[in-house]
Design a protein around this ligand. Structure first.
Ligand code: AMP
Ligand code: MG
Length: 515
């Protein structure tokens, strides 16, 4: 296997504990060795991520690759560590958390000079594991692997996934938290990202009064992850925090665009780079519903439901701002960043919605038009993905509801809402008539922002069920489809609306945090 060029800045430049397992005062990381697994087996890899690391498919099939990314052996240049962070979980400060089952393997510099940090998820106990086992089950690892890559191909900022390896060892999980633990197959994903720094990395130092370390992490982040920001210290800080807010706002708009619900937007699951990070009980909206959450742990309050994500992101940024206060040149800079979040989100939301509906520009009255559509879609149980692809087919001069029929889940609802949708379509067509456009070019534009294929919850579950029977073909099919999500041509079963059987099936519309 080709030797990669490692340059492990995180552990070289930030203080850590090299061997005693200390996780408190003064450390940003603690050295840890992955725990060996008994029978590693490569289930999947991403050729695109191999490429980022200058590795070939032959490398991926080599014994060294398997051993390294199963956590059985470090490659030359790798160093293994777990990092220290805290976080607000479901609105409460949860104290110190840290990489309980993630183990960093170092930072690769590729031939283009890009830096990619490698991290195993599920490679065994770390000094931050608290009472948990440091492992991950196949179902959750497969979901993380597939979704990371699917998000990337949709054009949405995300951490990436290099490999998915079955460990051959069992992991005990009480999947439904109902007192019925069972042994499940374990697996390890190797995640890849320019940085795995989370809001919670800053929060832990602020909460413990470790202001010097907070300053060091800030300097490090600016230097390694935002090297293009220049100026005086104060200018750099202001620009940086503003950019973190901006990227987070843009990410929220992107999630809304494709119907993605993260499910656990705790501050420890928020990337300082504005990437989608930590795929747990995430889900994809089938029937449009802003109140929907896939996460059963959030069933009561719906804190992290689809339509709340931007509000929660803002709240999380406020927690980050509080943590940064001791090292901020002024509070004003933090307030300005947060205000920039609001402005960015509103502006980007309008642009995104205009594009989704095929409007060349966003006019004042468009908010009402779009809101009516969303209200109707929710009431009439309309599939979000199917709706927008079909809306692109509507003819401006001859709009008919028939075009949208395939997006409805229930015939009676279709019938009872038909008149309302028809009058909405007349408004929509009138609006289209006010722009210099034609059906064909609008269709092309809309199909570039409205995906044909998304990783629906039940599709991932089918791939899991098959993989449990040692059939990996579904993973491959989903990877293929995920590579060109906006194209029309996909196998019919991959772009079908959610089947009824999936409504109540565990893993398809409801997921627990157990992973
Ligand atoms: P999550 O809800 O997956 O974002 O995890 C929240 C915290 O719990 C993080 O500090 C994780 O590292 C830790 N954690 C979750 N699952 C495990 C596990 N199986 N073993 C050790 N730590 C875990
Ligand atoms: Mg997490």
């Amino acid at each position: 296997m080709k030797r990669s060029n490692f340059d492990n800045r995180f552990i070289r430049e930030l203080p850590g504990d090299a061997g005693t397992g200390r996780t408190s005062q003064g450390v940003c990381w603690s050295a840890v060795v992955p725990t060996s697994v008994s029978r590693p087996f490569l289930l999947a890899y991403s050729p695109e991520v191999l490429d980022l690391l200058d590795l070939s498919e032959a490398d991926a099939r080599s014994p060294e690759f398997l051993q390294a990314f199963a956590g059985n052996r470090l490659l030359d240049g790798m160093a293994s560590y777990a990092t220290r962070y805290g976080g607000h979980q479901f609105g409460q400060w949860a104290g110190q958390l840290g990489d309980g089952r993630a183990i960093g393997l170092g930072e690769v510099i590729n031939s283009k000079g890009e830096r990619w940090e490698l991290q195993l998820k599920g490679a065994g106990i770390t000094p931050y594991s608290r009472r948990a086992d440091g492992r991950a089950v196949l179902r959750s690892s497969l979901r993380e692997f597939l979704c990371s890559e699917a998000m990337h191909h949709l054009g949405i900022p995300t951490t990436r996934a290099l490999s998915l390896i079955a460990t051959g060892d069992g992991v005990v999980r009480d999947m439904l938290y109902d007192g019925n633990p069972a042994v499940e197959p374990g697996a390890i994903v190797c995640r890849v990202s320019p940085s795995f720094t989370r809001f919670g990395h800053f929060e832990i130092f602020a909460s413990r009064g470790e202001h010097e370390l907070l300053q060091r992490l800030l300097n490090f982040t600016l230097s390694r992850d935002f090297p293009f920001i220049v100026g005086t210290d104060a200018e750099r800080f202001a620009t940086w925090f503003r950019l973190v807010c901006e990227r987070t706002a843009l990410l929220m708009v992107e999630w809304l665009r494709v119907g993605f619900v993260h499910g656990v937007m705790n501050t420890d699951n928020m990337s300082i780079l504005g990437l989608t990070i930590d795929y747990g009980p995430y889900g994809w909206v089938d029937n449009f519903d802003p109140g929907w959450t896939p996460n059963t742990t959030d069933e009561q309050f719906h804190r992290y439901c689809f339509g709340q994500q931007s509000v929660v992101a803002r709240w999380n940024l406020e927690r980050l701002a509080e943590a940064l206060l001791p090292v901020a040149p002024s509070r004003k800079m933090l307030d300005a960043g947060l205000a920039h979040f609001d402005g960015t989100f509103q502006a980007a939301l309008s642009i995104m919605l205009a594009a989704k509906f095929g409007l060349l520009e966003w006019k004042e009255d468009d908010a009402a038009l779009v809101e009516t559509a969303f209200d109707l879609m929710q009431q009439a149980e309309v599939d979000m993905t199917e709706f927008f692809r079909q809306l692109a087919e509507v003819k401006q001069h001859a709009p008919t509801l028939e075009t949208l029929r395939s997006a409805f889940y229930r015939v009676p609802l279709y019938e009872s809402h038909a008149a309302l949708f028809e009058s909405w379509l007349v408004r929509y067509a009138t609006r289209l008539g006010k722009q210099q456009d034609d059906d064909a070019s609008r269709r092309v534009r809309m199909n570039k922002v409205n995906p044909r294929f998304v990783l629906r919850n039940y599709l991932a579950q089918e791939a899991i069920d098959a993989a449990m029977q040692e059939d990996l073909s579904k993973i491959e099919q989903l990877m293929q489809a995920a590579r060109h999500p906006y194209d029309e041509d996909h196998p019919a079963n991959l772009i079908a609306k959610r089947p009824d059987w999936a409504l109540d099936k565990v893993g398809c519309s409801k997921l627990s945090c157990s992973s």
